[in-house]
Design a protein around this ligand. Structure first.
Ligand SMILES: [Zn+2]
Length: 867
């Protein structure tokens, strides 16, 4: 009786608490989804805290900081009883996710009582504005419901981690841009900067590399909480569909657990049924979105056996509504016929922000409903996925991966091990040296034993990618286009050697492999005696050293002959002078590179000097610009952003020594946004005026560096004596949408390629390849191989089109020079192995790095054609 009374009292308390949950309108003055209204991050978080103050079904936690320093907050929503035992349920989730100390029977038992943790967020692409508004609506729905059996079941079975957004900075940027323009003719204009300070839309291409703070926070939180489901809200659906939902189209990675693969389909199919049940037409599946590239933040977790996926709800622009008629639909969709993966065609009409919010809330409710109904099965499958992964690699190779400590770029090797650790993979270090694959590996080598729950990511990142043959044919059918790149093998990109372990790990080997939580940087020191210091050009970290030394007033030069370094001998070694041994000692600790002190500076050196590095920053924002800016900042190049006004006015030589033009479409580079699309100050691109200034800049001694498509664009614009041999080739003649290709350096004597291996591997992503034309007086830096395919990882069709063609070159132009790269030497801040290709170009040289200056006749010629 007494028990009953207490229960009734508790129930009454709970009811009274829920009854007081404030409506969004009472706090924000608007209901999320109202036309012309968007809550910014601060307002949204304020509302979440108001809810938390009035409900015992929600708890706010802070999980980290954004790039701009905002707190990233997450709402934990569940029944009050579950929230009271949160730590216990978190521990259960980890146990099941890692199969830690459980046999099948114990796992089954635990799955019966554990709760299923579900991650849902308001998205990370901030111009997809409905996501964060949906988070408000979803939270209010779950917290304010009274005697609603559907929601009670969800709250009893599920612990929801609701992220208002994954990108707080971007939400505030976009909302303030919309507010500024609301009611003007620029109401729906695109925002002329990236919605994440560095990488904009590529914030969803950082899922394993974890360069950005937001990606690190997401990965760390996922590993801490082990949600079974990770659901990310996106917009836009393939028109005229109102929402894209799983199943995905092919290809899909074979390294994902089969449980995860089939749950994608179950969850998607349930969602389709849920939407139909709620009279919400227009859900489409499969079309367009595949599961191949593992770098999506909302997909990478699948390699930790999380069912990690997204949906794409229709978007117009911001909170402005739009009316659609059927005759605007693509011709083949105008008959409004049902399809297997498009069960209820949308018939047109108004599309308000409210509709997008409602579809997102429906998607989330459907996921929560599936999670609640299948709680036990989902949890047991999560355990099985971990168990099977462990067993798979106990029975068959690769049994492990070794990252040897002796590498041409040791700090990079440590970085690779560190990245794997941040992805939830345990790293061991060999204490005495390690014998495997019939070789001896030195002490300090890092080893990933594959019999861990989350190691399918290591396999996915370390192995060579081969695109499924079913999706293309060399001759007959066109390629089933991948949504993103086809190859990304990380050791190749980073220039780090990693070896798979081909024989089972023995007990004796295991005894020497110690688990490490904090990785030690490779040992580094200042050796020898003397006042000049030599370091290898091979570690990327050497550029950090050079930049620190030059900033401190020291000197740097490249040795032209083969000289001794702490690691061996090499051409192009870096010679440092004018700084104390003690300060280099500090740098050796800081960057994990060693120095060899010598009495006498090598005889033939090229002195380099600090250059002012300008980076063109278009108002039609370039993600490649953002990545480049981030890398340059990380390496101490202190880039100077050059906006249109800078490019158009005055002498560029007064401001900078080097200008980098990142990878851009030609219209993005030259034209930018048209006047009328955006407010006047953001309209236009480089234009003829900027181009003239750029020509003058190079002619008068400046250095111009251009990546990928921009390199191709510059050829006709600057009348350069080369041609892009891939121009206009259809996919039946040449296809490579993102793959790792091998190039061969043309000479070991060019300062621009010092530090690179003889055959670097580059990220080719729809770039050009060059051949020289009459009048060419420059230097070829690298070519694709002759008589063999350059393909190392990913998909390349018709390699003959690129054989023996030029991948990178250097051209004299007036008294300056131009570097063209037909690939992306800094791709997504992953291709560390090719950074040297452009970093070497970012200094002032005492003598020009190309062999021959431009002959006077050619200079006159290009003056003429250029004017
Ligand atoms: Zn998106």
């Amino acid at each position: 009786m007494r028990w009953l009374l207490t229960s009734v009292t508790l129930l009454a308390t709970a009811l009274s608490l829920q009854a007081q949950v404030p409506t969004p309108a009472s706090v924000l003055g608007h209901t999320p989804g109202d036309d012309y209204y968007l809550a910014n991050y601060e307002e949204e978080i304020h509302y979440f805290h108001e809810m938390a103050a009035h409900s015992d079904r929600i708890k706010m936690i802070t999980v980290g900081k954004s790039t701009e320093g905002r707190d990233i907050e997450v709402a934990i929503i569940s029944s009050p009883q579950n929230l009271a035992k949160l730590d216990e349920y978190k521990a259960d989730a980890i146990k099941l996710a890692t199969a830690q100390g459980l046999d099948d029977a114990q796992a089954r038992e635990l799955a019966q009582t554990a709760k299923v943790i579900v991650h849902i967020d308001g998205g990370l692409h901030s111009n997809e504005v409905a996501g964060p508004q949906h988070s408000i609506a979803l939270a209010y729905k779950l917290l304010s419901a009274q005697n609603d059996p559907e929601i009670d079941t969800i709250l009893d079975n599920v612990i929801l981690m609701l992220w208002p957004t994954l990108n707080p900075d971007g939400q505030d940027m976009v909302v303030s841009w919309y507010r500024r323009n609301l009611g003007t003719r620029f109401e729906v204009s695109p925002m002329p900067w990236l919605f994440q300070d560095y990488v904009g839309h590529d914030n969803n291409r950082d899922g394993y590399m974890l360069n950005m703070q937001e990606s690190q926070v997401v990965a760390r939180t996922e590993i801490d909480w082990a949600p079974v489901i990770f659901y990310c809200q996106h917009q836009t659906a393939p028109f005229p569909a109102r929402i894209w939902i799983p199943p995905f189209s092919d290809p899909i990675s074979s390294n994902i657990s089969p449980y995860v693969r089939s749950w994608f389909n179950v969850i998607g199919t349930n969602m389709a049924a849920y939407l139909d049940e709620h009279q919400m037409p227009g859900a489409i599946s499969e079309s367009e979105f595949d599961n191949w590239y593992p770098g999506f933040v909302d997909y990478a977790g699948s390699f930790r056996n999380e069912i990690s996926f997204f949906t794409e709800t229709a978007l117009y622009r911001y909170a402005t509504p739009r009316f659609y008629t059927v005759d605007e639909f693509p011709k083949d969709m105008q008959d409004l016929k049902a399809l297997t993966m498009y069960t209820t065609p949308w018939r047109g009409g108004w599309w308000h922000l409210k509709d997008a919010v409602d579809y997102m809330v429906a998607g989330s409710m459907s996921v929560l409903d599936t999670a609640a109904r299948y709680r036990e099965q989902l949890l047991y499958n999560r355990y099985q996925a971990a168990r099977d992964n462990i067993k798979r690699y106990e029975d068959a190779p690769p049994f492990g991966y070794i990252i040897p400590s002796a590498q041409s770029d040791a700090p990079e090797a440590e970085l690779l091990a560190h990245i794997m650790q941040e992805n939830g993979i345990q790293i061991r270090e060999s204490d005495t040296g390690f014998h495997a694959n019939d070789r001896d590996y030195p002490a300090g080598s890092w080893v990933i034993l594959m019999n861990q729950p989350y190691t399918s990511l290591a396999k996915e990142l370390f192995e060579v990618q081969r695109y499924p043959a079913a999706l293309f044919s060399e001759s007959e059918k066109p390629v089933d286009l991948p949504y993103d790149v086809t190859g990304w093998t990380l050791p190749m990109q980073m220039g780090v050697r990693v070896d798979p372990v081909t024989d089972p790990i023995t007990a004796e080997q295991l005894a020497h492999l110690k688990v490490v939580t904090d990785l030690d940087a490779p040992p580094a020191e200042v050796q020898g005696s003397g006042s000049a210091f030599i370091l290898s050009h091979q570690p990327d970290a050497s550029f950090r050293v050079i930049n620190d030394v030059l900033a401190a007033g020291g000197s740097a030069a490249f040795a032209q002959d083969e000289v001794k370094t702490p690691e061996g001998t090499e051409k192009g070694a870096i010679v440092i002078g004018g700084v104390s041994r003690a300060s280099l000692g500090d740098l050796s600790k800081k960057y994990a590179v060693s120095f060899l002190a010598v009495d006498k500076t090598p005889e033939h050196v090229i002195s380099i000097h600090k250059a002012r590095v300008g980076l063109y920053r278009p108002w039609d924002p370039s993600i490649d610009e953002g990545w480049t800016r981030w890398i340059l900042e990380q390496y101490g190049f202190k880039p100077i952003s050059l906006y249109n006004a800078d490019m158009h006015s005055g002498d560029l030589r007064d401001r900078v020594d080097v200008i980098i033009l990142p990878d851009m479409r030609q219209s993005q580079l030259m034209d930018g946004y048209r006047d009328g699309i955006v407010p006047g100050e953001y309209a236009g691109g480089l234009g003829e005026e900027g181009l003239d200034n750029l020509r003058d800049f190079v002619r008068h001694g400046g250095t111009l560096v251009a990546f990928n498509q921009t390199a191709a664009t510059l050829v006709p614009l600057l009348s350069l004596p080369v041609k892009n041999v891939l121009e206009g080739l259809k996919s039946d003649k040449f296809f490579c949408s993102g793959a790792l290709l091998r190039v061969e350096l043309s000479s070991t004597d060019r300062p621009i390629t010092y530090g690179l291996p003889g055959e670097p591997i580059v990220m080719f992503e729809q770039g050009p390849a060059f051949a020289t034309q009459p009048g060419f007086h420059g230097a070829v830096l690298a070519r694709y191989p002759q008589d063999s395919s350059p393909l190392e990882s990913g998909l390349l069709l018709h390699p003959d089109a690129i054989e023996d063609k030029i991948a990178a070159l250097e051209l004299p132009y007036g008294s300056g020079r131009i570097f063209l790269y037909g690939f992306k030497p800094q791709w997504r801040a992953q291709s560390h192995g090719t950074y040297k290709f452009f970093m070497n170009a970012l200094y002032k040289y005492d003598q020009p790095p190309f062999a021959k200056p431009e002959p006077a006749a050619a200079r006159d010629q290009n003056q003429k054609t250029a004017e």
